[in-house]
Ligand binder design. Structure first.
Ligand code: HEC
Ligand code: HEC
Ligand code: HEC
Ligand code: HEC
Ligand code: HEC
Length: 233
């Protein structure tokens, strides 16, 4: 009797097994790869309330120091975003020396509303290290690691986006080469200087950039930890 199915069909279940499972495995592998924080957190740029906050205008064009708003970056394990009162220092009606255009005035109305209603502004958090890893923010700033190394060129960002993966490998890459990532302490928040005059220059050129021998010595004593318990406990 002639078989209903041709002989090669015997291989079909096996073939199907590999195709289906291979497919599933590929999907899992793909998901694992791309869903790993390295890929989906870089570029993370949530929509902020109101007309948002523009670092390019405030920290770039107006030249405000980061610490005017991020007041505790030198004192606390956790950095802070400013309360609405800080914005009101300038954006309360007629407080600015600068004449605001009516368009700009409309854009800052949400600040006055939030202040008058006593609710504050619910800024959406961008950079997050999971709870099981300890990240002392102040230790880094005080050691001379520039905001630029971890947050990118914020002074040029109309909207803040995450530019580094904040993964364990990323932490350790820097901890293994701390000297390369340190800048003179008084330049930590001067991001254009850091980008162009420090990281953009050779070691010889940097030697002329005004860093004192004491600072350099202090710099080289820095010994960022690589053992598990330093970050996980
Ligand atoms: C006038 C106040 C002000 C100044 C000056 C300022 N910031 Fe901000 N910053 C904010 C506000 C408000 C937010 C929250 C809204 C947002 O993310 O855009 C913020 C958010 C951030 C974030 C993202 C925080 C998160 O959620 O992960 C980083 C990083 C940051 N600022 C770095 C800087 C750096 C670096 C400087 C100096 C070059 C600076 N800021 C200057 C007000 C300010
Ligand atoms: C030291 C004064 C000062 C402080 C503090 C300040 N701003 Fe401003 N802001 C300005 C000036 C000046 C302008 C107008 C800049 C321009 O027109 O080029 C402006 C413009 C703006 C605009 C409109 C710009 C646009 O087109 O997007 C928004 C929105 C704004 N600020 C939000 C904030 C928020 C939110 C805070 C608090 C976290 C804040 N500002 C704190 C001085 C300040
Ligand atoms: C060594 C890397 C590193 C440096 C240097 C650094 N940051 Fe951060 N920053 C981070 C990480 C990582 C987070 C998220 C921390 C967390 O989840 O606990 C963060 C969080 C923040 C936040 C969010 C705070 C919040 O309320 O969620 C702000 C604002 C900020 N940094 C500003 C700054 C400023 C300004 C500087 C420079 C003075 C700076 N950072 C320097 C790595 C760094
Ligand atoms: C760009 C460089 C850089 C990156 C990125 C970085 N670190 Fe560090 N870290 C340092 C330096 C430099 C020190 C040494 C500080 C000192 O000696 O005071 C340090 C110190 C530490 C310490 C010890 C602090 C203390 O008080 O002794 C911990 C914990 C730490 N880092 C955790 C982390 C974690 C977690 C991450 C990633 C989320 C990270 N670091 C990313 C440069 C970096
Ligand atoms: C410099 C700080 C630092 C050190 C040292 C460190 N880790 Fe981590 N580790 C982290 C951070 C930050 C994360 C979270 C990464 C993320 O969000 O993807 C993490 C995540 C992890 C995870 C979760 C899985 C993953 O990769 O996301 C494990 C497991 C882990 N670490 C084990 C260890 C072990 C074991 C050691 C010692 C050999 C160690 N860590 C040393 C910072 C550190």
């Amino acid at each position: 009797m002639k078989p209903i199915f041709p002989k090669w069909m015997n291989a079909l279940p096996t073939l199907l097994f590999f195709v289906v499972n291979g497919g599933v495995l590929l999907v899992i592998a793909g998901f694992w790869y791309y869903a790993t924080p390295k890929f989906w957190e870089v570029g993370y740029m949530p929509t902020q309330p109101g007309s948002g906050f523009n670092h390019q205008i405030h920290a770039g064009k107006l030249g405000m120091d980061c610490r005017y708003c991020h007041t505790n970056v030198e004192d606390s394990w956790h950095a802070n975003v400013p309360a609405v009162e800080t914005c009101m220092n300038c954006h309360v009606e007629n407080r600015l020396n600068v004449e605001l255009s009516s368009a700009t005035d409309d854009k800052v109305q949400f600040i006055r509303d939030a202040y008058n209603e006593g609710v504050g502004i619910e800024w959406r958090n961008i950079h997050v290290v999971p709870d099981y890893a300890n990240f002392p923010h102040n230790a880094h700033v005080n050691a001379g690691v520039s905001c630029y190394s971890c947050h990118g060129q914020i002074q040029g960002m109309p909207v803040v986006a995450q530019v580094e993966p904040l993964s364990m490998g990323w932490c350790l890459d820097c901890h293994r080469n701390p000297e390369e990532n340190l800048v003179p302490k008084d330049k930590v928040t001067d991001l254009y200087w850091v980008e162009n005059e420090w990281f953009g220059k050779s070691v010889e050129e940097r030697a002329h950039a005004g860093i004192s021998p004491e600072q350099l010595l202090d710099t080289l004593k820095r010994n960022p930890p690589e053992h598990c318990a330093a970050c996980h406990y």
